[in-house]
Design a protein around this ligand. Structure first.
Ligand code: ATP
Ligand code: MG
Length: 399
C-alpha cells in the first residue's frame, strides 16, 4: 500500500549529542549502531543502518514493537526513538500512508482530529514543507470522512519526514537517556556499595560512554550473604545499561580490625575510606581501569565534607570521579527509581561501613594527623592482602 514491499517495523533513532561530535561523528555513530545491534541481537533478522545522522532499525513484525523500543531506549547515546512508517517520497504515497496510519489510530484509539507536520530533510524535494503538510492533510480528509484537522490541539500530531528516496511518518517520540555510546570514554572502576548512590553514580559514568567494572567491600561475617546478594542484584540491574562487567568482592574486615585496634575512633571512617580507595586503585591498575568512581555527594555525611573528600583523595593518584557530587538526595533517589535500582537499594542489610561505626566521626580531618595515625598501621600488607584475596564474579544483565 505504501509502495514498499518490505513489511517490517521501522524505528527512527536520534543520536543526540553524538550528532555534535564534529570530526569524530562517524566513529560515535558507528559505536552507537554497534550498541543498538548488540542489544537487539536476540531478535532474529534485525537490521540497523546509519543515514543522515540517524539510525534506522528494521525488525520483523513478529517481534513486539514495545520490546524493541525498550531495548533501543536503554542504549546510551540515543536521545529519542520513534516507531515509524516508511513510504516512498511521493506525495500520493505519503498521503495514502498517512491516511492508513490515522485510520488505524481512529479505529484503535478513537482519535477524531489530527495535524500533519512536515519537514524536508531533502531540500531538492520539489514541494516545500507547509505545502507538503497541507496536501497530505487534504489527502487524508479526502479518504477518512470521520477525521477533522485541528491545528491547535489535535488528538494526533503526525510528523512527516521527507528524505531523498523514502519518507517517514511517526506520531510518537520516546525519550532515551542521551549521553554517549558505551566504550567511547575509557574504563572506570566503581566503588559499588549496596546503597542508593553508587549504582546511580555507576550509571551516570556509563552514560557518558565509560565502560565500568566494580569493587564491593564487605565485612563478612559481620555483613551477611544476603547483603552480598543485594549488591549483585543491583549490579545486574546496572548491567542492563552498561553490559556485562566484573564485580570484585573484597573483605575489609582485617583493615577494620586493625584500625579499631590502633587508631582514634573518630578517625575510623576517614581512614577506612582512604583504604577503600587505595585498594580500589590497585585493582583498577590490574584491570586496566583509568579512574575510580564513587557515589559521594558533597555534605551528605561526615566523610563527604569538602575537607574529608580532599583528605580521601590524597590517598591515591588515580582521579576519583564523583558524578553525584552536586546532586540533592531527592534527585539521586528519582534517578535510582528511573533506572530501577531504588527498590533493591533500600533493602535493610548491614553494609561494611556500618561495622565499627564511630559515634563522632571527624568532619574536618587534618592530613598530618591522618598520616600520623596511618604510620601505626601495616598499610602495605593490609592493602596487598585485600587485593590478592578478591573474589571476582561476572555480572550479566538482569532479564
Ligand atoms: P551509597 O548509597 O552509595 O552507599 P552513601 O551515601 O551510603 O552511598 P557512603 O557509605 O559514605 O555513602 O559511601 C560513599 C561512597 O563510597 C559510595 O557511594 C561508594 O562509592 C563507596 N562505598 C561505600 N561503601 C562501599 C562498599 N561497601 N563497597 C564499595 N564501595 C563503597
Ligand atoms: Mg553506603
Amino acid at each position: 500500500m505504501n509502495g514498499i514491499s518490505d513489511d517490517r517495523n521501522i524505528f527512527i533513532v536520534r543520536c543526540g549529542e553524538v550528532a555534535l561530535k564534529g570530526m569524530n561523528k562517524p566513529y560515535f555513530e558507528r559505536m552507537l549502531a554497534e550498541r543498538v545491534k548488540k542489544l537487539l541481537r536476540r531478535y532474529e533478522n534485525v537490521d540497523v543502518k546509519r543515514s543522515d545522522g540517524l539510525l534506522f532499525v528494521r525488525a520483523d513484525r513478529a517481534h513486539a514493537r514495545e520490546a524493541i523500543l525498550a531495548e533501543i531506549g536503554k542504549v546510551f547515546g540515543v536521545s529519542s526513538v520513534s516507531p515509524a512508517v516508511e513510504t516512498l517520497s511521493d506525495l500520493d504515497a505519503i498521503g495514502a500512508a498517512a491516511a492508513a496510519f490515522l485510520r488505524e489510530r481512529a479505529e484503535k484509539d478513537g482519535i477524531g482530529t489530527f495535524k500533519i507536520e512536515a519537514k524536508r530533510a531533502d531540500k531538492r524535494f520539489p514541494v516545500k514543507s507547509p505545502e507538503i503538510a497541507s496536501r497530505v492533510g487534504a489527502y487524508v480528509l479526502g479518504v477518512c470522512k470521520d477525521l477533522r484537522v485541528d491545528v491547535h490541539r489535535p488528538d494526533c500530531r503526525l510528523f512527516v519526514d521527507v528524505r531523498k528516496e523514502y519518507s517517514y511518518l511517526y506520531a510518537q517520540k520516546f525519550a532515551g537517556f542521551g549521553g554517549l555510546p558505551l566504550g567511547t570514554n575509557g574504563k572506570g572502576l566503581s566503588l559499588f556499595s549496596g546503597g542508593i548512590d553508587s549504582p546511580v553514580a555507576t550509571f551516570m559514568m556509563a552514560r557518558r560512554g565509560m565502560r565500568v567494572e566494580a569493587v564491593h567491600f564487605h565485612s563478612f561475617p559481620y555483613t551477611s550473604e544476603r547483603a552480598r546478594e543485594k549488591v549483585e542484584t543491583l549490579a545486574r540491574t546496572i548491567a542492563v545499561y552498561c553490559g556485562r562487567f566484573d564485580l570484585h568482592a573484597i573483605n575489609l574486615l582485617p583493615v577494620q580490625e586493625q584500625l579499631a585496634e590502633r587508631c582514634p575512633e573518630e578517625e575510623m571512617t576517614i581512614l577506612l575510606r582512604r583504604f577503600m580507595l587505595r585498594i580500589a586503585e590497585r585493582v583498577a591498575i590490574e584491570t586496566g581501569c583509568g579512574v575510580l568512581i564513587t557515589g559521594e555527594n558533597l555534605g551528605q555525611v561526615a566523610s563527604q565534607t569538602a575537607e574529608a573528600l580532599i583528605v580521601t583523595d590524597e590517598a591515591v593518584k588515580l582521579p576519583v570521579m564523583r558524578p553525584l557530587i552536586a546532586f540533592d538526595k531527592t534527585e539521586i533517589i528519582d534517578k535510582a527509581k528511573e533506572i530501577g535500582t531504588y527498590e533493591t537499594s533500600v533493602l535493610p542489610y548491614a553494609d561494611c561501613c556500618t561495622v565499627f561505626l564511630p559515634r563522632h566521626p571527624v568532619t574536618k580531618p587534618k592530613i598530618e594527623r591522618i598520616r600520623r595515625s596511618e604510620a601505626s598501621l601495616d598499610a602495605e600488607a593490609l592493602i596487598a592482602a585485600a587485593v590478592a584475596s578478591r573474589e571476582t564474579v561476572t555480572i550479566y544483565p538482569a532479564v
